[in-house]
Ligand binder design. Structure first.
Ligand SMILES: CC(C)(COP(=O)(O)OP(=O)(O)OC[C@H]1O[C@@H](n2cnc3c(N)ncnc32)[C@H](O)[C@@H]1OP(=O)(O)O)[C@@H](O)C(=O)NCCC(=O)NCCS
Length: 165
């Protein structure tokens, strides 16, 4: 299957290459990367949860090729999920703090939007607290602009209502 992997990009720190690491990455490496980058929404994510996320979505990564003796450092991620017919969703768009501004997230998002796992969906969605501007260039609009209201029920609320064990 043609994965349409983006070409490596040149940065002042070295070349950055992209890959679909869904089936090869160690959940522990992901946990360490997200903790090191102090990503607030994954702060309590366990290895087992990472494993489950990898089982039902795709993890696209960026790795810095520079350091000969240090291997290929993980410097960017984007995760994508799709029902292949109606909706696809982007998650975990993160770039290492010292690698920001080189186009890593843009390449990962652009790739995720055309990844074969998407199938033939009608729309993409994502949630963001303060990176909204990044996504407008990819066609994303705020929910109020498309006359919808984003609603969600947290598990704790469902439990309180007796709707979940
Ligand atoms: C948001 C984030 C992923 C961007 O990564 P990046 O690799 O630096 O992004 P790019 O280099 O591809 O930048 C693309 C453009 O988006 C802009 N941009 C980057 N971060 C942005 C932010 N938080 N808000 C608005 N615009 C942003 C950049 O200025 C750049 O614009 P330019 O091309 O005109 O210079 C990165 O800042 C990050 O990891 N932030 C913390 C985690 C986070 O908030 N993720 C988003 C969750 S939805």
């Amino acid at each position: 299957m043609d994965l349409q992997i983006p070409e490596p990009i040149s940065t002042p720190k070295g070349w950055v290459a992209f890959a679909d690491e869904t089936w090869t990455i160690e959940p522990k490496e992901l946990q360490i990367f997200f903790q090191a980058e102090a990503v607030f929404w994954t702060a309590s994510r366990t290895i087992e949860q990472w494993r489950r996320l990898l089982a039902c979505s795709r993890l696209l990564t960026a790795r810095l090729q520079a350091a000969e003796d240090k291997g290929q450092r993980l410097v960017g991620t984007t995760r994508v999920w799709s029902d292949q017919a109606y909706e696809a969703k982007l998650y975990d768009v993160v770039t290492a703090v010292d690698m920001k501004g080189f186009g890593i997230a843009s390449n990962l998002v652009r790739w995720a939007l055309r990844h074969p796992t998407i199938g033939n969906v009608q729309r993409f969605v994502l949630e963001t607290r303060d990176a909204g501007e990044l996504y407008t260039r990819f066609g994303f609009k705020r929910s109020e602009e498309v006359n919808t209201v984003h609603m969600r029920a947290n598990m704790a609320d469902l439990k309180k209502l007796g709707l979940h064990e």
